[in-house]
Design a protein around this ligand. Structure first.
Ligand code: AMP
Ligand code: ZN
Length: 458
């Protein structure tokens, strides 16, 4: 079945056709690891996960690459201000490397809790400095760079179509910002390599042909995406805030260096908002996944909540819809658990689901279809088999869920139950009766159901 995705380069839905036979290249801008990820960031990674799972559902093997920005992301998008990592280090009195390590680990744990498939390739900016220097050297050889007192800059006036992705109003920007120009030739020019401030030794700095310093944030992604996926691959993703600056600049670099716009499709997740404002790490006003967990929310209920909204629309965070998502997920789990195994997936529901998800990841309608299936006259066993297939994309871990009382059953009791099951299968009724009495004497009840024995505390 065809897949249609919304491409922000063309600003339209386009049919997705992979560039290569053996893999689909997917690059997702990763976290800047100076702090925990907030649930807004995680919404973007959830959208990317649904995209990856949809591609896999359609039989593609996805080479999913994600970077870790552990250097070079400055406080302002205009290449000014401190490096976020170094600032956090100064504030906390800890090394920037320790901070990067801690928040990278925490980020990976968040992805695990949300059942987001880990990328096939993780790449850290600090481990790819030679690749970034080589990229800047090529840009220099091709005449796209100039040097100022604080770094090597990309001259955006050399590209007629600079800013096309974001449909930038270049004249308007230039007119509005003459004073702020400093040594930059054009307001949209950006740093490729920044020099360490004079008289200051940064924790993260490297030697380069231009002097000691560190890479610009945009060159990190261009260099690593080109390395792991080649300079022309299928899909590049990030949050909507990346359209105007970060992705625009990645494209400018790749056009100059390789003549490509890096990716065939440019896809963006829209923001999670708090009181109609963007949730942001730098403002300090943000909610972590752990904050939700501490308030009794299952991380997968947050995943469910994100599925109820299309990725190309803002989602306003509120506790009530999150609670409703948790209740809906609980209901779905209980249905799934109660249905007997051994059924066959219903081809009509699978086809309808595929059509919805292949239409630019229409998760709200795909969820509505799930509830239609639950209420339908499809035999229960077939419902279970169908939903198990759909859950490959939804990622709600329905097959893994057990009711809480089951969780509390000690392992030795479960062992007795399974020995009894074996006796019943062997028609060894006396031993199976003896085991039942032993289980009951230990305070548990056992019910024989068509799908197997169910044990609970009596
Ligand atoms: P950062 O760690 O700040 O580099 O951001 C990581 C990812 O989260 C990027 O793809 C951002 O575009 C995205 N992002 C940032 N804020 C939000 C938000 N409030 N809602 C959704 N995505 C966001
Ligand atoms: Zn990036």
């Amino acid at each position: 079945m065809n897949i249609f995705l919304y491409d922000n380069w063309e600003r339209s839905l386009r049919q997705f056709t992979p560039m290569r036979q053996d893999w689909v290249g997917l690059y997702c801008c990763g976290p800047t690891v100076y702090d925990y990820a907030h649930i807004g960031n995680l919404r973007t990674y959830l959208f990317e996960d649904i995209l990856r799972r949809t591609l896999e559902f359609n039989g593609h093997s996805v080479r999913h690459v994600m970077n870790i920005t552990d250097v070079g992301h400055l406080l302002s998008d205009a290449d000014e201000g401190e490096d976020k990592m170094e600032r956090q280090s100064r504030r906390r009195g800890e090394s920037a490397w320790v901070i990067a390590q801690r928040y990278t680990q925490a980020f990976m744990e968040d992805l695990g809790q949300l059942n987001i498939e880990p990328p096939v390739i993780w790449c850290k900016a600090t481990e790819h400095i030679p690749e970034q220097i080589a990229f800047v050297q090529t840009l220099e050889e091709k005449g796209y760079t100039y040097i100022t007192g604080d770094g090597v800059y990309f001259d955006t006036s050399k590209q007629d179509d600079y800013g096309y992705l974001a449909r930038l109003d270049k004249e308007g920007l230039a007119a509005g910002a003459r004073v702020a120009l400093g040594e930059k030739r054009n307001i949209t020019d950006f740093a490729l390599w920044k020099f360490s401030p004079p008289g200051e030794v940064r924790q993260m700095e490297w030697d380069s042909p231009w002097g000691v310093g560190f890479p610009g944030w945009h060159i990190e992604c261009s260099a690593m995406a080109s390395k792991y996926l080649e300079p022309w691959f299928d899909i590049h993703c990030g949050g909507e805030d990346h359209l105007a600056v970060h992705h625009t600049n990645e494209i400018a670099q790749n056009k100059a260096c390789h003549g490509t716009r890096l990716a065939n499709f440019w896809m963006h997740g829209y923001f999670l908002q708090l009181d109609q404002e963007k949730m942001s790490k730098s403002s300090g006003e943000f909610l972590r996944l752990q904050y939700l967990i501490d308030r009794g929310i299952d991380p997968l209920a947050y995943r469910y909540l994100c599925l109820t909204a299309h990725y190309r629309g803002h989602l306003n965070f509120a506790w009530e819809p999150l609670q409703a998502a948790q209740t809906a997920l609980e209901r779905l789990r209980k249905h799934f658990h109660a249905w007997p195994p051994g059924g066959t997936a219903d081809p009509e529901y699978i086809a309808r689901f595929t059509e919805l998800i292949n239409q630019d990841l229409n998760t709200p309608r795909a969820l509505a279809l799930v509830w239609e299936l639950v209420k339908s006259g499809v035999p229960d066993g077939d419902k279970k088999a169908t939903l198990a297939v759909l859950d490959k994309v939804l990622g709600l871990r329905l097959s893994e869920w057990q009711p809480a009382s089951q969780d509390a059953i000690p392992a030795d009791i479960l062992e007795l139950v399974s020995r009894r099951e074996q006796c019943r299968a062997d028609k060894n009724w006396s031993e199976s009766d003896r085991l039942r009495k032993e289980i009951e004497a230990r305070g548990f009840a056992i019910a024989d159901r068509p799908e197997g024995a169910q044990v609970s505390r009596s």
